[in-house]
Design a protein around this ligand. Structure first.
Ligand code: SF4
Ligand code: SF4
Length: 409
């Protein structure tokens, strides 16, 4: 049997690969294993074999496509412009439809139902807080215990849904509350709303919005990914701009056209691009202070999926920092959404390599524009390192600069 869903990799997508192999040195799983079946080319060949009826969608095909981080480093360097991310989402949809797996069904409950439900996320967050207060962090999984301990996630609250503020000189901007950004990265959400308001937007946080659906889409849960996209299309109708504070989510929403939301895709933007643009146009200030170095880690879904590396650096330089690149080759840190739950060893190996690269920069302040990468870096770096979103770092610098007494000349 070949494909059974309406979301499968298409003939055109697969035919565009000329098997040149230029993507191989950029693929983390190929570099770790040296196996062609763990490379972009090998994965596309496996998909083509299914399309031609020479290979079944079975456990081994599930492993070939499941081991991929969906980092899209291959897509960014491919001379034939193979839309690898889209083809891989199609292949994962087929695996979900054809290969029974109890663990995947459980994951789909988490990514399709738990994460998009704020009430359930609040309960989960209170559970984490309680375990921490009782000093029972060891009961939390390692990928959750250390990255969220002692730093600022879970502290304070995000702007409330239903918030409307600002004068609207620049139009109306809506904030995507997201699934983990609202409860775990409240500081980034607050900084974003404050900066947009200062710049001149009327800022809204629509009540009936939901998770963008990226994690569901990446795991082949097409029904939930479509349902979540439909709800956001309704929730964000009529606003000029939808500002997205997680690079994984902004990459997914930029491709909402695959999920029935072409118009919303055009109006959605990663917060780093929005803030860099506001600074560039003079709606937000460049600060005069020299604040020293900051190491910049590029999330794959900003660097490879959206081809954006300038915006985080422009924001950090405007805050007064000197930016230091962590890894010019842009290798994935191994977070990759829920990948660490499925392939913990590969995720840990890539996380520890990334931490070594961060340490080589000499900076203990690290900027990353994606929550999964932030959590991964915190897990693998010593506790005295601080990892934060570039927009949060800029906002803190702005508030601190404003509070300094001015010396009159
Ligand atoms: S995906 Fe692109 S770079 Fe990789 S083998 Fe195919 S054509 Fe070459
Ligand atoms: S998305 Fe990343 S892990 Fe997957 S094949 Fe491409 S480079 Fe390799």
């Amino acid at each position: 049997m070949t494909w059974v869903t309406d979301f499968h990799p298409t003939k055109d997508e697969l035919a565009s690969c000329v098997q040149c192999g230029l993507c191989l040195p950029h693929c983390p799983t190929y570099r770790l294993t040296g196996r062609d079946t763990a490379s972009p080319r090998g994965r596309l060949m496996a998909m083509s074999a299914v399309a031609s009826g020479d290979l079944a969608v079975d456990d081994s095909f599930a492993e070939i496509v499941g081991y991929c981080l969906q980092c899209r480093a291959c897509e960014a360097v491919c001379p034939s412009l193979v839309p690898f991310g889209r083809a891989m989402e199609g292949a994962r949809a087929e695996v979900a439809a054809q290969v029974p797996d109890a663990k995947r069904r459980l994951r789909h409950l988490v990514v399709g139902k738990l994460l998009p439900t704020p009430g359930l996320m609040r309960v989960a967050t209170w559970g984490i807080r309680l375990l921490r207060a009782l000093r029972l962090d060891r009961l939390l999984p390692p990928w959750l215990a250390k990255p969220l301990s002692g730093v600022r996630p879970l502290d304070g609250s995000a702007p409330r849904r239903g918030t409307i503020q600002g004068e609207g000189r620049l139009g109306t901007a809506a904030l995507l509350a997201g699934c983990v950004m609202e409860p775990w990265f409240a500081g980034v959400q607050r900084a974003t709303v404050d900066l947009l308001t200062r710049a001149g937007y009327r800022v809204v946080v629509p009540e009936n919005q939901t998770c963008c659906g990226a994690l569901a889409a990446h795991d082949g849960d097409v029904a939930d990914a479509r349902r979540l996209a439909r709800r956001n299309v309704e929730a964000f109708a009529g606003v000029d701009l939808v500002v997205v504070t997680a690079a994984g989510c902004s990459a997914h929403m930029a491709e909402y056209g695959h999920w029935g939301g072409e118009d919303l895709a055009r109006r959605s933007r990663d917060v780093t691009m929005v803030v860099a643009d506001l600074i560039d146009r003079g709606h937000l200030p460049r600060l005069p202070e020299d604040r020293g170095p900051v190491a910049v880690q590029d999330p794959c879904h900003l660097r490879h999926a959206q081809r954006e590396t300038a915006a985080p650096r422009e924001i950090l330089r405007a805050a007064g920092y000197t930016t230091v690149d962590v890894d010019p080759s842009g290798m994935c840190c191994g977070a990759a959404g829920i990948y660490s739950l499925i392939y913990p060893d590969t995720s840990a190996e890539l996380g520890s390599r990334k931490a070594t690269e961060v340490q080589a920069t000499g900076s203990t302040l690290v900027a990353s524009a994606n929550p999964g990468c932030e959590m991964q870096l915190r897990q693998h770096l010593p506790a005295f390192y601080r990892v934060a979103h570039p927009v949060e770092i800029y906002h803190e610098a702005l508030v601190e600069s404003e509070s300094r007494p001015r010396v009159r000349g």
